[in-house]
Structure formats: structure tokens, C-alpha cells
Design a protein around this ligand. Structure first.
Ligand SMILES: [Zn+2]
Length: 701
């Protein structure tokens, strides 16, 4: 119905615009979301999707979902699984399509128009979701099916869907009275607005700072490749003949690691750690405080002691106590290791006659010296063996050895950004498995970090098999001059990590569109892949010198393996500090006039964080906990326990043991999101996870 209206309006505007020079483009007849895409594999027509298509598409999509919901509510038949739960799962098809495209582009290829639409649409989408979640008539039907669940003879996938869907309604306030529901709606909309502001501010702050070097002597210590990249960045910014470094990690980390000029290291790192905390129009401290206090209100309204209790109820960890048990145990094990690392680095400073105490901006620089000294491992010696395309091929090879998958580049498909590469993925029997986009390098329109999402999820909710379309996005070192992109060890690990998420999406074998994943479990499929990245057998396959083609020598493989314990005190403490801060915020029972900077300072003092380490994220740029990782940043190390313990199953047999791989695939990858997390794990491992493999792998025992 709305569609007809839109068509008419579009026509009207087009007619009225006849005399004008610019023809109207907004009419729905031009909106690619409203017609079959007509593309190969039905991929999204990125080349035809323009910013102005999103708002009408979102509006139409919400309207269509409302119609779907009305049909469910007005069904004269008594509520049952198919006419209520499965029908709800199928509702909002178009909204899913539009949202996934929009939010993927907002992350990796944004512009002022998309940012504006995001600010406009986020609260409206939150309100739309609330409208459905708080629909009494609809909830009555869901509840009726839920209450009758024992009599319905549902299989485990259907039971899991029903129980979690019911719980979603309750957690969204379905059992609240009208007044409290209105309060909750207002809270959600405000939270959603604040989230967008926080991330816009963070991007602005990250782009705002420029370390411009005019004097060549200030580049001392930096490799030729890093200098070239910085010269290119300066030229692109209209500063020919100078060198530009930014707080984007691929630019910042090499500078912190190699630049001899201590003052400039301090300037750059300080700019990084002060992002969002500069008392300007992009300040995030007040926004974070508001977010925390609104979440406390929300938890209270829904009957939870704290926001962490609310979040964790649905995670593998279940309770804040379980999370804190693990984090505290690791904190106690890692803090002395980090302190010892400080002592070792201070020795170098003293020996060199530095005459100062190690500070936060010195850590990477002296850690690198220590690494060279202790392990003789030099990043610049390794990079020539880590050519991005070959590392990617290496990841593909591992997936082939484990699961028989193969990956073929495919030309001519529309892409979310011209830089993206596209692959068709095949099963061992040659059948189509899915499509995967990979977009590797930084640009101003892309947010920081690396992530893997999907433009379409595998399901067969509508009766037909829908194949997944995966989108993997990174911010890796760019090609420089004539050399291809040569990436760091960290970036190799990140590539395998994100590729693990991609496999989780590609190998999914579920019925319904609605799945219930958990961040403390969802990092298992990704993190386990990092283990293969540095196995000698795997490195010999992909790590070949970009100029000579020489396979990485055993000498370097040995050094890499020796160095796995390197800097683990720092890595673990830096991460745990952020995880503990996240838990500290979200286990607060009240927060009036919260000053987040004072709060984090006092907290880090209390837990004994050493002054040489800044938490991996500070409140003003802790985007994870503003987004989906609130009371959830611990999930990486929780998954770390799982991934090390799970990888042992391969170590106990062999790296590519087919039976173990098959069990990992069927117990976990194929049904992730449709079964209890501990049950999936024990189905794979035959027992619950153990922490010892993680402690051993980090030298924390
Ligand atoms: Zn991940």
C-alpha cells in the first residue's frame, strides 16, 4: 500500500519537476531496493544504490514489516509455532536487506550524507523495533506458543528459537506496564542517538590529529617503507615534501615502534589516548557518562541488579561473577609478567644512558628493541614474507585443508567499494557456498579496526536455501611504491581472525533467519584460526618472499615460535584493563554525575594498573562498549580460553585432522546461534573448556 503511495508521490514530483533542470531521482521507481536486483548471485546492486535511496527504503521496509506483523496478529487461527514464531522470523525481509547494506557502508565507506541518514534513522529504527517488541497483542501470541512449548514436540533448533525469541520480548520490556514501556522506549532512543554521536565524534577526532614532519632527521629509526607511506599520505593531503602520521593504527604503530624521536612519539601517542577527551565539540566523555547512567536506568526498569546482569544472562558466561572470576585470575597472573617487562626495558634505557623512566609512549619502541635483543625478531625482516595476497591465499588454503572449501576471484559483481575484492566460495563437491567481499586498506571513509559482517545470512526460512554474502573489512598496511602490501605479524593474525568469522558465516547451516549469537562464544571460530596462521607447516605454504619467492627460512620460523611469549604481559594487561573497566561501568548500581575520566583513573589505581601501560581503550574512545560489546569486551579472552582449548584437540591429533575438523564444523560452525553455547562446545570437545592451554600459550603460568 505504502509502495503505491510512494510511486504516486514520485510521479507527482517528477511531473512537477518537468520544467526544472534537475530531474527527480528520489522516486521509488529508481530505488534499487524496491525491485529484483537482477545481479549474479542476487548480490546487492552497490553501483546503483545512492544515499538518497536509504530513507525511502527504510520507511518502506518498516511499513512492510508492520504489514507482516499485522497479518500475524490478525490470524484467526490459534497461535502456533509456524503462524507466529516462524512468521515473525520471516517478517521484515526488506528491512534486513536495507539495514545490512546501510550499516556496512556506514562502517567502511561513509560520507556526510550517510552520517546524516544514520543520525536520522538510528532512533527511528530503534523506535520501530520497540514498537514490535512492545506490541501487546503480538506478545500475547508469542507467549501463548511459549507457554505451550512442552506440548509442541519441537526439535531443538525450534525450541531454541522459541525460548530466545520469548526471552527477547521479555528483555525488551513486554511484561512492563504501559508507563514503564514508554520510559523504556525513550531510553532506547536516547541511547541509540548517543551511540551515533559517540562514533561520529571518534572518527572526527581520529582524523583531526596530524603529526606533520618537515625535518627529515625526525624520521630517524623508521624503515624506508614507513617513510614512503608517510610521504604519500602527506602528498595526498596537499603537503608535498613532508611526512604525515596520524592516530590511525597502521600509521601510528610503526612510528611508536621505530621512531627515535621520543618527543614526537609522546605527541602522537598522547593525541591517540586523548581522542574524544579534548573538551571540544567532539568530546565523548559526557556522552559515555550519559550512556552508562541510561543503561543503569534500563537495567533497573527491566528488573536486573545491573546492566551486566542483563547482558550476561544470554551469554555463555551467564553472570558477572563468572566473568570477574576469569578476569581477576588472569589479571593476577599477567600483572607481574608486565612489571617484569618494564624492568627489562628499563635496563635497555639505562644501558643506553637514556636518563629517563619508561613511559607509555616508549613501550612499543623498547619492546621492539627487547624483541630484537631477546628473540632477534625484526618486523622489517619478516614483512617481506608477509605479502598480503599470499597471506590471504594461506588462509584460503587452511580452509581448504580443514573443510575442503575453495575460493575463486570473481569479476564484474557490484562492490561496496571499488577497492574491495570479491570471491565465490565453493564446497568440496564444487557446489556454491557463498560470496565473500574483502576490503583491506584504510581510508578516511572507513572506521578503524577490522571486522567481518554479512550482507546476507544463510537461511532457509522461506523454504529455499539462501546463500551467505560475507563482508570482511580491515585497515592493513597499504602497498608502498613498487612493493605490494607487506603486512605485520599482527595483521597476519587479524586476517586469519576475520577470516574465521567469515567461515562461521559461510558454513552456517541453519533454518531460520533469527539466530542468537554471543560475543564470548562468537570469537571462538575467529580466534581459533589465528592458531593456524603461525604453524610452521602453514607458514611454509604462504610466507614467501615477495621479491625472490623464497619460502620463509626455518631460522625465522623458529624465531617466530620463540617469540610467542614476547610482550604477553603488556598485551594481556592492556586488554584486561579495558575489560575490567567495561565490567566496572556495567556493574554500577548507580551513576549520578559520573566523571568518566576521574572514574577510570581511580579504578585503574585501585586495581594496580602500572603507569607504563594505558588501558587498551579509555572511556572517551571505547567504541566497543558503546556498541555491541557493553559488558562484553571480556568476550575476547573468554573465547581465548575456548580457542586455545579447542585448538589442543587438533594438536592432540594433527593440524588438519579431518575427523576433528568435521566435528568443529558440525558442532559449532554449522549451528552457531541456534543452540546453547556450552552444549555446542562440549559436543565438539567432549568436555567443558579448560583454562590451562591459554595460560600456557601466554606464559602466564
Ligand atoms: Zn572477532
Amino acid at each position: 500500500m505504502k509502495k503505491t503511495l510512494l510511486l504516486t508521490t514520485g510521479l507527482l514530483i517528477a511531473l512537477m519537476a518537468c520544467g526544472d533542470s534537475a530531474p527527480d531521482q528520489i522516486g521509488s521507481e529508481n530505488n534499487p531496493f524496491f525491485a529484483p536486483y537482477g545481479t549474479q548471485f542476487d548480490v546487492h546492486p552497490f553501483d546503483r544504490i545512492l544515499p538518497e535511496h536509504f530513507v525511502p527504503a527504510f520507511e518502506e521496509a518498516m511499513e512492510r514489516q508492520n504489514t507482516d506483523i499485522r497479518v500475524i496478529k490478525e490470524d484467526p487461527e490459534a497461535p502456533d509455532f509456524d503462524n507466529t514464531i516462524a512468521a515473525l522470523d520471516r517478517s521484515g525481509e526488506l528491512l534486513g536487506e536495507v539495514s545490512r547494506v546501510f550499516f556496512a557502508l556506514s562502517g567502511s565507506n561513509t560520507n556526510d550524507e550517510l552520517k546524516k541518514i544514520n543520525r536520522e534513522m538510528s532512533p527511528r529504527l530503534a523506535a520501530h523495533r520497540d514498537e514490535i517488541r512492545l506490541d501487546k497483542q503480538l506478545f500475547e501470541r508469542v507467549k501463548a506458543v511459549y507457554d505451550a512449548r512442552e506440548t509442541l514436540d519441537l526439535d531443538s533448533e525450534r525450541s531454541f528459537l522459541l525460548e530466545n525469541m520469548y526471552s527477547d520480548y521479555v528483555r525488551s520490556g513486554a511484561l512492563l506496564d504501559d508507563e514503564d514501556q514508554e520510559k523504556l522506549k525513550a531510553l532506547n532512543q536516547e541511547l541509540s542517538r548517543l551511540r551515533v554521536s559517540f562514533s561520529d565524534n571518534l572518527l572526527a577526532e581520529t582524523n583531526a590529529f596530524q603529526l606533520v614532519i618537515k625535518d627529515e632527521s625526525d624520521l630517524a629509526g623508521l624503515s624506508e617503507g614507513v617513510v614512503k607511506t608517510a610521504a604519500g599520505a602527506a602528498a595526498a593531503a596537499g603537503m608535498e615534501g613532508k611526512w604525515l602520521f596520524t592516530t590511525h593504527k597502521p600509521s601510528m604503530l610503526p612510528f611508536l615502534t621505530y621512531a627515535d624521536n621520543r618527543d614526537l612519539r609522546r605527541e602522537l601517542y598522547t593525541a591517540y589516548t586523548m581522542r574524544g577527551n579534548n573538551d571540544n565539540e567532539h568530546d565523548n566523555t559526557g556522552i559515555m557518562a550519559d550512556i552508562i547512567s541510561l543503561r543503569i536506568e534500563k537495567a533497573e526498569l527491566l528488573g536486573y541488579d545491573t546492566y551486566a546482569d542483563y547482558v550476561l544472562e544470554r551469554r555463555m558466561a551467564k553472570t558477572p561473577v563468572n566473568v570477574l572470576d576469569l578476569l581477576n585470575r588472569l589479571w593476577d597472573a599477567s600483572l607481574p609478567v608486565a612489571k617484569n617487562e618494564v624492568v627489562e626495558m628499563q635496563k635497555i634505557i639505562d644501558r643506553e644512558g637514556g636518563g629517563f623512566e619508561l613511559a607509555t609512549w616508549d613501550w612499543w619502541y623498547y619492546a621492539e628493541k627487547l624483541r630484537k635483543e631477546k628473540y632477534e625478531l625484526d618486523d622489517t625482516e619478516l614483512r617481506p614474507y608477509f605479502e598480503l595476497d599470499k597471506v590471504r591465499e594461506g588462509a584460503f588454503w587452511v580452509a581448504n585443508q580443514l573443510y575442503g572449501l575453495s575460493f575463486e576471484p570473481i569479476e564484474g559483481l557490484p562492490k561496496p567499494h571499488p577497492d574491495a575484492q570479491v570471491f565465490e566460495v565453493f564446497e568440496a563437491d564444487g557446489s556454491h557456498c557463498g560470496i565473500m567481499y574483502m576490503d583491506f586498506h584504510p581510508r578516511a571513509s572507513k572506521r578503524q579496526g577490522a571486522w567481518c559482517g554479512g550482507f546476507r545470512r544463510q537461511n532457509r526460512a522461506g523454504g529455499e536455501e539462501v546463500d551467505p554474502i560475507i563482508n570482511l573489512v580491515c585497515n592493513f598496511t597499504e602497498p608502498s611504491g613498487d612493493a605490494p602490501a607487506l603486512i605485520s605479524m599482527d595483521e597476519v593474525a587479524t586476517l586469519f581472525h576475520e577470516f574465521g568469522h567469515a567461515l562461521d558465516g559461510l558454513l552456517s547451516d541453519v533454518t531460520f533467519k533469527t539466530t542468537f549469537r554471543s560475543s564470548d562464544f562468537s570469537e571462538l571460530p575467529s580466534q581459533i584460526m589465528e592458531n593456524w596462521a603461525f604453524e610452521p607447516e602453514v607458514m611454509r605454504h604462504y610466507a614467501k618472499h615477495y621479491e625472490t619467492g623464497e619460502v620463509i627460512p626455518d631460522r625465522l620460523i623458529q624465531k617466530i615460535s620463540n617469540s610467542t611469549l614476547f610482550n604477553q604481559g603488556f598485551i594481556t594487561v592492556e586488554y584486561l584493563a579495558a575489560s575490567l573497566l567495561d565490567m566496572e561501568y556495567h556493574t554500577l548500581a548507580e551513576a549520578t554525575d559520573l566523571d568518566v575520566v576521574a572514574f577510570e583513573t581511580a579504578y585503574f589505581d585501585r586495581i594496580g594498573l602500572i603507569p607504563e601501560i594505558v588501558s587498551r581503550y579509555r572511556s572517551s574512545y571505547f567504541a566497543h562498549i558503546v556498541g555491541g560489546y557493553a559488558a562484553g569486551y571480556y568476550g575476547y579472552i573468554w573465547s581465548g580460553v575456548l580457542d586455545k582449548d579447542a585448538f589442543e584437540a587438533f594438536k592432540e591429533t594433527s593440524l588438519f585432522d579431518q575427523e576433528t575438523a568435521q566435528r568443529f564444523r558440525t558442532a559449532i560452525l554449522e549451528r552457531n546461534g541456534t543452540a546453547d553455547f556450552m552444549e555446542m562446545y562440549t559436543d565438539f570437545r567432549g568436555r567443558e573448556p579448560e583454562i590451562e592451554p591459554l595460560l600456557r600459550s601466554r606464559g602466564l603460568q
